[in-house]
Write a protein that binds this ligand. Structure first.
Ligand code: SF4
Length: 349
């Protein structure tokens, strides 16, 4: 009987996408691609991957870079802790492994920011070690093939799916097998309306047989979204503007740069901004009472952002951790996508 794994490998050989990180077995490049692709679509991630490995072609060049430069390369991808962890782990590889990427699962798993999934992906693809990957695509494929309704976000579900993935892993070609399951989930066994009639696994698929495809996989909880209210002060004189560095105490965008921020339980009105203590520090100013509002969504946050343009005669670094730069130089600093959105809008009007 033809095994599940060989059907997937055959399918993968015919339908897989040609992607730059699939042309290498360099663990460093596989690691970078895996981290970029967490929470990022392939099309968007590809551009970042190519730029990242062009600027940092190996683990030593990444370790030698400054955090600011690494964050700037990551700008727009979001989840900046991923970039910080990459940087820290690169330094670990240099200090603990003399700059050579480790080749055992335990050593790879011990690097900063590398969890079970990423360690299994790197070790199976780069070194053919028999570790099964379980990502969102794998959860979906396995839950449907075996009609498992254990919630994938429960401890029991994680254990059950990891064990199943390991059980069906082709230990002769674990890298190929892992990539085939993930690609099959990404392209064929998609979340909504998969083309089951033409699926090469439909005769093996319990969910198809039981007409449960649209009900699987099961998730137990919805992600709670926290709402934030950010009022930004775009303080400028001509092209000169004030930026402020976020502190490491912030939950999001640590060490990145934005405009001076007033965070409150609501967005501020022009009258409230004019009276705000921060404004006492900037000297004579003219506030444009027509703010620009954006809603910015992150996975666990909804940010209601309001930007006030405040013109001054002479810009000064009036808030803690603030600095003066120009619109031309601003992109040398790592800035969140929300700030870029404002600048794109502002420069377009
Ligand atoms: S038959 Fe449908 S649900 Fe089952 S594996 Fe194929 S695409 Fe997925």
């Amino acid at each position: 009987m033809v095994s599940l794994s060989s059907v997937l490998a055959f399918w993968y050989g015919h339908y897989r996408r040609e992607l730059p990180w699939r042309e290498t077995r360099d663990p460093y490049r596989i690691w970078i691609s895996e981290v970029i692709l967490q929470q990022t679509r392939v099309n968007q991630g590809m551009e970042y991957y190519l730029r990242f490995v062009d600027r940092f072609p190996d683990v030593c060049s990444l370790a030698e870079a400054s955090e600011q430069e690494v964050l700037a390369m990551w700008q727009g991808l979001g989840y900046y802790s991923r970039a910080r962890n990459l940087h820290t782990a690169a330094r670990q590889v240099v200090s603990q492994h003399n700059g050579t990427f480790p080749s055992s699962y335990e050593e790879v798993r011990a690097l900063k920011g590398i969890g079970d999934y990423t360690a299994a992906a790197i070790c199976s693809i780069a070194f053919d070690l028999p570790h099964a990957v379980v990502d969102g695509n794998v959860y979906r494929v396995l839950s449907r093939l075996f009609a498992i309704d254990t919630p994938i976000d429960s401890n029991q579900g994680k254990k059950e799916f990891q064990e199943l993935a390991q059980k069906i892993l082709d230990i002769q070609s674990p890298g190929l097998h892992n990539q085939a399951v993930m690609e099959f989930g990404a392209l064929a066994c998609v979340p909504v309306n998969p083309d089951c009639e033409n699926c090469p696994l439909k005769l093996n698929c319990r969910a198809y047989e039981l007409q449960l495809v649209s009900q699987l996989p099961v998730k137990a909880k919805k992600t709670a979204v926290k709402e934030l209210f950010y009022t930004y002060l775009y303080v400028h004189s001509g092209d000169e503007v004030v930026l402020q560095k976020r502190s490491t105490a912030n939950n999001i965008w640590k060490n990145m740069y934005e405009f001076p921020l007033i965070e409150a339980s609501q967005l501020l009105t022009p009258e409230e901004v004019v009276c705000h203590p921060h404004l006492l520090e900037i000297g004579p100013f003219t506030l444009n009472p027509q703010p620009i509002d954006f809603t910015h969504l992150l996975s666990h946050r909804k940010i209601n952002a309001r930007f006030y343009k405040i013109e001054v005669d002479t810009v000064s670094s009036f808030m803690k951790n603030s600095l003066i730069t120009t619109l031309q130089e601003i992109h040398h600093y790592p800035i969140p996508r929300l700030i870029t959105r404002f600048l794109e809008y502002f420069c377009a009007v």
